[in-house]
Design a protein around this ligand. Structure first.
Ligand code: KG4
Ligand code: ZN
Length: 381
């Protein structure tokens, strides 16, 4: 089969992305316009601002992706766009744009699940490196600001099948990073800054017991999980509360307020700025928080890998950019005999290359979207 160039579009949260990927295995371009600076003053993503910014950015981002790939609207073979999950208004910007373009160009349009995209980020980069020797079944941990999900992933001929074998009951791991950073006056997004600061603290200073949730989910709507096979659930709202209690018990609130005010006065704080505003107790708290989350993510993923006798692990999504998570996963998984694969850091966080890559098997299967599909904010995989 001749090469297939797919233009992917991603707008589910706070990054406007467009990318051209050739046959699911070669990134020709991958452009991401981040809205971090826009949302930072609010300590999180403001949905209305996100939609407006996607509207402003989408056309130039798509143009740039085509230019960098030396492609034109006419030369691409198909378009792919994120259908969900994500913010409804943000998703709709990408979907409306992709539909209009597909209609005007008379090209097929493929709707992609964002979570499937994160899994395909790993596959895309392994293929790009020439690694075609992945063993199945794969267990994928998708860990981001909105998700902490475990999926068994299997390739059936051209298409892919996924089974959810774990998810968070409350906050996602990335959300916990963001909330703890906000609580400590460290700004937004919390993951990257906690990642950097943790190196300067003692990860054993504060003990955070994480709940061991392993029983079946009895909430309404959880019927699909009610088989006898084990489910590995996560929960990160408790640790955020534990950090708050620690802060209150140690009278750290005034210091946090002055740090927040000081950081607001600096337009782009450097690591040195942060370090000068953090005492050792706070650095120890940050490092201990990260250690606890990393331990929990690894322990549950490895337990699930054992229970389902998988051959390979994938760790993907924004939190997969975390340095400690990567090194610890690599050593712990290796000592238990599982090869583990991560996307590169730029492909861990939201991007459109992963959407174009996930669309390729659907292109081969001619699994095209009709013009009536809409955003699915709560879309499952
Ligand atoms: O995948 P992503 O870009 O967007 C969602 O689909 O949610 O993930 C963003 C999340 C944020 O919560 C951010 O704080 C977290 O990923 N994150 C990190 C790191 N880089 C981003 N968490 C921990 N360590 C990092 N280095
Ligand atoms: Zn994501």
């Amino acid at each position: 089969m001749a090469d297939v160039c797919i233009l992917g579009i991603e707008s589910s949260c706070d990054e406007t992305g467009a990318a051209v990927v050739r046959s699911g295995e070669k990134i020709e371009s991958n452009v991401v316009a981040s809205q971090i600076a826009l949302h930072a003053p609010y300590g999180g993503v403001v949905p209305e601002l996100a939609s407006r910014e996607h509207l402003r950015a989408i056309q130039p981002v798509v143009r740039q992706a085509l230019d960098q790939a030396k492609q034109s609207y006419e030369s691409i073979d198909a378009l792919a766009v994120t259908q969900g999950p994500g913010l409804a208004g943000a998703l709709l910007v990408g979907i409306s744009y992709a539909k209009a373009l597909a209609f005007a160009l008379d090209k097929p349009l493929i709707a992609v699940n964002h979570l499937e995209g994160h899994i395909h980020a790993v596959l895309l980069e392994e293929r790009q490196k020439g690694n075609r020797e992945l063993n199945f079944p794969v267990l994928a941990l998708v860990v981001s600001g909105g998700h902490t999900h475990l999926y068994l992933a299997e390739q059936l001929e051209q298409s892919w099948a996924y089974r959810n074998v774990g998810h968070t009951r409350d906050d996602a791991a990335g959300e916990a990073f963001d909330k703890v950073a906000k609580l400590l006056g460290l700004g937004y997004p919390g993951g990257p800054i906690i990642d950097k600061l943790s190196a300067f603290g003692d990860p054993l200073a504060v003990k955070f017991p994480l709940s061991q949730i392993k029983h079946r989910d009895r909430r309404k709507g959880a019927a699909e999980h009610n088989d006898q096979r084990p489910h590995f659930d996560f929960s990160y709202s408790g640790i955020k509360t534990a950090v708050l209690r620690y802060v209150e018990a140690h009278a750290m609130l005034p210091q946090i307020a002055s740090r927040r005010a000081a950081l607001e006065r600096i337009s782009k704080p450097t690591l040195e700025d942060y370090r000068s505003l953090l005492d050792q107790q706070t650095l120890d708290l940050v490092a201990s928080f990260q250690r606890a989350v990393v331990n929990d993510l690894i322990a549950k993923t490895l337990a699930a890998a054992d229970a389902y006798e998988v051959s390979t692990l994938f760790v993907t999504g924004g939190v997969a950019a975390n340095g400690e998570l990567r090194t610890r996963f690599e050593s712990d998984a290796a000592s238990q005999g599982f090869p583990v694969f991560f996307p590169s850091r730029p492909l861990s966080t939201d991007n459109a290359a992963m959407i174009a890559a996930a669309a390729y098997p659907k292109f081969l299967a001619r699994d095209f979207a009709d013009m009536h599909f809409s955003a699915e904010a709560g879309m499952g995989l």
